[in-house]
Design a protein around this ligand. Sequence first.
Ligand SMILES: *Cc1c(COP(=O)(O)O)cnc(C)c1O
Length: 311
Amino acid sequence: MTSPHPLTPHLPSPLHEIRDDRFGRRGLRLVLKRDDLIHPELIGNKWRKLVPNIAAAHGRALVTFGGAYSNHLRATAAAGRLLGLSTTGVVRGQELADRPLNPSLARCAADGMRLHFVDRSTYRRKTEPETLAAILRAAGAEGAYVVPEGGSNAEAVRGCRDLGAELRGHAEVVAVACGTGGTLAGLAAGLAAGQRALGIPVLRGGFLEDGIRDLQERAFGARSGTWSLDDRFHCGGYARTTPALEAFAQDFEQRHGLPVERLYVAKLLYGLVALAEEGAFARGTTIAAVVTGRPFPEPQAAASEPGQSPP
Ligand SMILES: *Cc1c(COP(=O)(O)O)cnc(C)c1O
């Protein structure tokens, strides 16, 4: 008997309806699309985005990009360990090179990822061909297959189309938190006519719409599906939080027994509750919220660190 391939997923990911009065009293249903259960280590949309890129790499080493807490870097590092592929992570922030690794980067390193730190201005220019070539040279990653920041390219976007297809017939509105918007770009293309996708950006800036249109054009040749963004729930920007958001996430965890990932999923759910309260959805609407990730470090580990337990 052959052992299962280490990236074998659990697909389609399950749909869990949850009972929450903030939706119920407005005649709305909320279902959670549990993409966090696809694979134990390539979590959520990271599996959908990375696996097509790993196939395209044909066994070459992988190099990719991310910030100090990037879920995408951890997923790439885990894939490298599971498949025996060499991986390099180009990390934003030269100053991090002189500090102890944070838990996220420590996990990447433990999975065998080589970390290469670059200053922020070089990092911003990483898609310019000459800058990219210089970074790869300095990182010792020439000839590696380049996965862009956040893993979003045409392969990834096409991989996320299946997420939309799995949701056909299950909801009128499908909502997802957006970093690069690659997941939304693919998801929207996979939905049926009459369904729409709603993206909640977690970064500040309002530049995402063009990026998503561009990703769809590269992946499918045209803008696809019905989608829109609501830019009001980033809570100050990437990895920023507010006391209200943190209280909301803790309360949601207690009500529903679901560990809520803070960088993305908390902002998505917070936005959906606010929209429901504003009357943004017609009575009878079913809303599917895509749970794209799990907290890191796992909640038990966080609770045992000094200063991390609730008062
Ligand atoms: C990476 C990530 C996202 C963002 O996906 P994009 O395709 O970049 O928009 C959303 N949620 C979680 C938990 C993630 O790790």
